[in-house]
Design a protein around this ligand. Structure first.
Ligand code: NAD
Length: 268
């Protein structure tokens, strides 16, 4: 079978560099090229050298249109404004795309949804396989255990993280609430301090720990009367995001137009 040519949009970024390395190391696909932000200091450098895997003979470009034309599928990890433009471009050129950029709002989100009417798009705020499997497991457990089981979500991240709870912890909470038929905003308890009173029935509690260089861990605790069940995911390497994105790219090539998530990629 012919190799799937993958173009990396944002190849100079932290995730972008890992994508280049993972695509080069993954069977069934080949690197079509990579583009960085127009005006970036890395333009013209070798993408492989930039990714730390040695020369690949492909220069970093800044023409996303040319890259997409030469790719079967694109992977996009940049910034929200750039992502919206690239989604529109992918739709015009009829190219599938995997989008990992987070923090899209309003018109940017709309641009992605609009593009997904023309081409298949995997859009995932977290492309790690383990986290997405955890999400599916949390849904299953929350729907099977009754509301007398309390759900608490604890996460820990490095000292530089500026928001809490993590987006992933909130997504896990949302998945649990939905599986229970509850409205997340009505049951989420995003921090406790002082005389809080007893725990409200059906609440989903959050605790955020910060320290050191912890890449990220999430614990979802189901606490019943007489027993507890805990599901844990620990990231030990940031490469989990690019590996999952490459898997999504191989999956999305050839799918009908639409907006997909990692759930579909993993067949959950
Ligand atoms: P980064 O800042 O290291 O990289 C972003 C890159 O995009 C930069 O090199 C920037 O120059 C480039 N860029 C900006 N505009 C561009 C354009 N028009 N064309 C090409 N490149 C352009 O950030 P990062 O850590 O790689 O993360 C990128 C995005 O992915 C962020 O939104 C981040 O939150 C998100 N992210 C998602 C996941 C996931 O699992 N989905 C994991 C990690 C990070």
């Amino acid at each position: 079978m012919a190799e799937i040519r993958i173009g990396v949009v944002g190849c100079a970024g932290r995730v972008g560099r890992m994508l280049v390395a993972d695509i080069a190391a993954t069977e069934g696909c080949a690197l079509a090229g990579g583009v960085a932000r127009p005006g970036s200091s890395v333009l013209g450098q070798d993408v492989g050298e930039l990714a730390g895997i040695g020369r690949l003979g492909i220069a970093v470009g800044d023409n996303a249109e040319a890259l997409l034309r030469g790719s079967d599928v694109a992977i996009e990890f940049t910034t929200p404004a750039a992502t919206a433009e690239h989604a529109t471009l992918a739709a015009r050129l009829g190219k599938p795309v995997v989008i990992g950029t987070t923090g899209l709002h309003g018109a940017e989100e709309e641009a992605v949804r609009e593009a997904a009417r023309q081409v298949p798009i995997v859009w995932a705020a977290n492309t790690s396989l383990g986290i997405n499997l955890l999400m599916g497991l949390v849904e299953q457990v929350a729907s099977r255990l009754g509301p007398d089981w309390d759900i608490e979500i604890m996460e820990m991240h490095h000292r530089h993280k500026v928001d809490a709870p993590s987006g992933t912890a909130l997504a896990l909470g949302r998945a649990a609430a939905t599986a229970r038929g509850a409205r997340f905003d009505e049951v989420a308890q995003r921090g406790r301090d002082g005389i809080t009173g007893p725990r409200p029935a059906g609440a989903i509690g959050f605790a955020a720990l910060r320290g050191g260089d912890n890449i990220g861990e999430h614990h979802v605790l189901f606490a019943g009367l007489g027993e507890q069940l805990e599901l844990t995911h620990r990231a030990t390497n940031r490469g989990i995001y690019s590996k999952g994105a490459v898997r999504a790219a191989l999956w999305v090539a050839g799918k009908p137009p639409g907006l997909y998530g990692m759930k579909e990629v993993l067949g959950l």
